[in-house]
Ligand binder design. Sequence first.
Ligand SMILES: *Cc1c(COP(=O)(O)O)cnc(C)c1O
Length: 359
Amino acid sequence: MIKFLDIKAINEPFEVAFQEKLKNFLATGWYILGDEVKAFEEEFSAYCGSKYCVGVGNGLDAIILTFKAYMEMGNLKEGDEIIVPANTYIASILGIIHAGLVPVLVEPDADTFNIDPKQIEAKISAKTKGMLIVHLYGQLAAMDEIMEIGYKYDLLIVEDAAQAHGLQFKGSHTRTFSFYPGKNLGALGDAGAVVTNDEKLAKTIRSLSNYGSEKKYYNDYLGFNSRLDELQAAFLRIKLPHLSIENNKRRAVANRYLSEIKNNKIRLPFYDGSDNHVFHLFVIRTEKRDELQQYLLDNGIQTMIHYPVAPHRQKAMKDFHHLSFPITEQMHDEVLSLPMSPVLGDKEIAHIIKTINAY
Ligand SMILES: *Cc1c(COP(=O)(O)O)cnc(C)c1O
């Protein structure tokens, strides 16, 4: 069976280094917010070409804390509207809601799956104060057009980069990351971060993530407990130097799929051939998606669906059920994610391509 994502195989080359780190970690006896978190923050902000990085508990918290910090700073207030793609993973939308803000959903471009900049302006109201832009599946969103709209309407722009580690970013200066194990840079548990050039924002997020306190037992804000775990930071430091190489391997897998899959029942993803994609996922479209998924499974190929139900159709999102997003809805019925990882072998790739071409 070809696994959709073999995380164990991805982490195997690092196991000896992980064990060495764990040994050192146990020897220090320092478990929370130590040298590893500090060093990872420095290394990751440098890697992203950013001034500051604040480690947090996970990717959802990275979004919540960023918006909460903007509220504490007086840039946003409860009930303000935030533009967000309708077809994102639900965490983007939850991050806005849990911060006390109102998500306003916008359809994606039918080719790239990323938010369609041409449909943003129609959704902007007097209450719109920001945008949360997602680089879905690892592909850079149309940042030039998005930044122009942001500038025109004076909107804060935050990027949910949970699927886009290692992307050559351009545009806004504030990005939220998840290091959930299956992401391009994955920890061995939950972890996340916010990267920004805004010193005040970084400081406020850092305080909010640690009980709203800068100085121990003195609380400036009604804060949270969402810190990057020291041991996860130590593991992430081992993997970070390999991220760019791993992303190149993902692009090589994608290039083979794109040039060798030939089946007119299947629509391949848009890719401009540049570095503007880190292929967190390789997502094809087909009308009889469930049938294709079963056929691939019968031939020893595991696939996944990202995502089977659109956020506005989820049981939890009752206030959004009356809304209609035809492109988003069709996407959720047709998408199928093929195996994609830096450790996918040539034989496996060849088998996947041959099987799809015979469908
Ligand atoms: C994974 C993901 C998140 C949430 O990250 P967690 O670490 O699981 O909280 C947020 N946004 C997007 C787009 C994601 O893919």
